[in-house]
Design a protein around this ligand. Sequence first.
Ligand code: HEM
Length: 133
Amino acid sequence: MAQPADAAPAATPFERLGGEPGVRALVDRFYDLMDLEPHYAGLRALHPADLGGSRDKLHWFLCGWLGGPDLYVERFGDPRLRARHMPYRIGIAERDQWMACMLQALQENAIDEGLAQRLAGAFFGTADWMRNL
Ligand code: HEM
């Protein structure tokens, strides 16, 4: 059905997650799980000892990627995400650990099922594109 011209635009994934605090909660859960769960140890070992910078960068990036403010680009310019992952050996195993960790974070943060599925598809496309092995 056609929308009236003055209809509010559909909510972005950023808004549906609850804006910046919601994105931050997802990112924090993701890195907490990576730190705690033994089956993400391989993924964890690629990251620095202190995950503070990783948390901030993923948070800033996801805010823009999900349709909110471009906080990453404001700070660092073009994300060039694939190039920035080149220093790390990323194959199927690393991609799948990253995805499993993110899926667990989505589930534990009780993200709406429909939104979680849509995000999972988008995350998978980006994670697969990051492979360099
Ligand atoms: C496919 C598996 C992936 C692996 C193994 C991986 C691993 C890493 C590692 C080791 C870093 C460096 C952390 C740091 O410097 O603190 C990093 C940075 C980053 N990752 Fe990933 N990553 C993956 C997928 C993704 C995906 C799917 C996204 C986005 C949806 C993403 C977004 C980022 C961002 C924004 C940074 C910061 C880049 C920078 O400014 O240096 N990564 N990743």
